[in-house]
Ligand binder design. Structure first.
Ligand code: 1GP
Length: 220
């Protein structure tokens, strides 16, 4: 499981106590990123986080300004469900001057938005339309196309704070059709939902909002 920390919502002075909670639930990764993170903050945030935990820190950036060498790896996202060139290739090009001198592990990731029932930040910022929860055929085809394009991961995203998490049948159909790891996130609010996502084929499940609201959510 990965815990997502959004530097816009979590203050740096809380990272010491939050890291202890994340260590205690034995998260495999900490994702760091958000849609509205101020310039320069990610660098300070990850630097501080590194003082308190040894869990690998993976950047999950809303835009290229959120990349810092202090992390361990970067999800190099392409928003494959959308048709906005800014998030298919422009942001990626803008990140190159930084990345070519960095030691970050860069992981090509096909990012696929599924309708989570809310107008999430990622939809507002990317100005794209998500794939309907019942359009399994399109979600599967998009994931396979991502794999053929050479992505090393597929990320099914219902959007942070989604009312409806990615449905289990969709997770399972996508998983059956790809042979690269599958990440699922958005709207997962309980241990039960977390386990169901794993049982249906997710290799990694990301939890942000539910952990932010209650650091003990996964202890029950
Ligand atoms: C969002 O998938 C992540 O990018 C996590 O979503 O905040 O709803 O857990 P939540």
């Amino acid at each position: 499981m990965a815990i997502l920390l959004d530097p816009d919502k979590t203050t740096i002075n809380k990272l010491s106590s939050i890291s202890k909670k994340i260590d205690a639930i034995q998260a495999n990764f900490i994702f760091v990123g958000g849609s509205y993170v101020e310039n320069g903050i990610t660098d300070l945030f990850v630097n501080e986080l590194k003082q308190h935990t040894n869990i690998p820190i993976i950047l999950f950036p809303g835009d290229y300004s959120q990349i810092t060498n202090n992390a361990d790896a970067l999800l190099f996202l392409s928003l494959l469900s959308g048709r906005n060139p800014e998030y298919l290739i422009e942001q990626q090009i803008k990140s190159v001057p930084f990345l070519k001198n960095s030691t970050l592990e860069v992981i090509p990731t096909g990012y696929i938005l599924i309708d989570g029932g809310t107008n999430s930040s990622v939809l507002k910022i990317s100005k794209t339309t998500p794939i309907a929860q019942n359009n399994i055929e399109l979600a599967v085809a998009t994931a396979i196309a991502g794999m053929y394009k050479g992505k090393q991961l597929i990320y099914l995203e219902a959007g942070s704070g989604a009312r409806t998490a990615v449905n289990l049948q969709l997770i399972s159909e996508v998983k059956k059709n790809i042979h690269i790891p599958l990440i699922v996130g958005g709207g997962i609010r309980s241990k039960k939902q977390l386990n169901q996502a794993f049982e249906n084929g997710a290799d990694l499940v990301v939890i942000g909002t539910a952990f932010e609201e209650n650091n003990d959510i996964l202890n029950h």
